[in-house]
Design a protein around this ligand. Structure first.
Ligand SMILES: [Zn+2]
Length: 287
């Protein structure tokens, strides 16, 4: 599943491709990605003649600000979530994309005949409209999310407050998007490895300096991941807007490395499964 670095890579690609480029009506496909909308057909009238004035991201969500001459900055935003395997793909020639790529469920068609398609074979992705309240940067449907892991100065502030008296595993807390937004299974394991913290530790057992260490590690790991265009795993389902694979998977130290020697102490990396999720860690140097 794309996490903050992958979604940020998509955001940057979409920003440089789509912002300010006038659109015609989009092509709509399979309804399941529109399950949060009463009538997705409304997008055809709304986006016809509109531009995206900016492309933002919070956690794993993309926020596309819609602007139209007749509405100005409308406060209307289109929210995209990639789900398990959603992709955005830009194409220079309108129409070719749809013929070439199956599972394009929403295609933004620009007046200069370029397009961007939301492709999602498993349809766990989501697309819906929301509206910003005055002075708010996040729409109501995203206001429950915790601080963004890449944008916030102290992304773990809320997590740390909640952890004080929590017996929940720190790994599980890191995945709670209401506490910190943008971390999934892959980067949680990398952050815990980098901070030498066992994923099974109860939140309340972590010291202040361990939280500081996690914050520093997260900034380092996730920014490096953004620089390398995110992580593409074995299924190669994650690609950037041009269809290129990410490269950070080559620098994973713990995630997906069961049975391999720990890069710090050479003990075998182990995998445990809890709540249907795998955790990879070094049983020796993550205390
Ligand atoms: Zn180790």
């Amino acid at each position: 599943m794309p996490e903050a670095p992958e979604v940020e890579t998509l955001r940057r690609g979409l920003e440089s491709f789509a912002v300010g480029r006038p659109m015609g009506p989009p092509r709509l496909g399979r309804a399941r990605i529109f399950r949060d909308m009463e009538s997705p057909e409304v997008l055809q009238g709304l986006l016809d003649g509109a531009v995206f004035s900016s492309i933002r991201r919070h956690g794993k969500f993309l926020i596309l600000d819609i602007s139209r001459d007749d509405l100005g900055e409308s406060g209307l935003v289109l929210i995209l979530h990639m789900g398990m395997s959603g992709q955005l793909r830009a194409s220079a020639v309108c129409g070719l994309q749809a013929m070439r790529v199956a599972h394009a469920h929403l295609t933004f068609c620009f007046l200069d005949h370029t397009e961007v398609a939301f492709i999602d074979p498993r349809t766990f992705g989501r697309v819906y409209l929301d509206r910003l309240a005055d002075g708010e940067s996040l729409p109501p449907t995203l206001s429950h999310l915790g601080p963004d892991i890449l944008l916030s100065q102290h992304p773990f502030a809320k997590l740390r407050d909640r952890a004080v008296d929590s017996r929940v595993w720190i790994k599980k807390m890191l995945l709670d998007q209401c506490l910190v937004a943008g971390i999934g299974n892959m980067y949680a394991d990398e952050v815990l490895f980098g901070s030498r913290i066992d994923p099974r530790r109860e939140g309340r057992s972590l010291s202040r300096s361990e939280f500081d260490s996690m914050e520093a590690t997260a900034a380092e790991v996730l920014n490096r991941a953004v620089k390398l265009g995110g992580s593409s795993l074995a299924d190669r389902s994650y690609r950037d807007i041009d269809g290129d694979l990410g490269r950070f998977q080559n620098e994973h130290l713990a995630y997906g490395r069961e049975g391999e020697p720990c890069p710090r102490c050479a003990t075998e990396i182990v995998r445990i499964v809890s709540g249907g999720r795998s955790s990879f860690f070094c049983p020796s140097c993550q205390g």
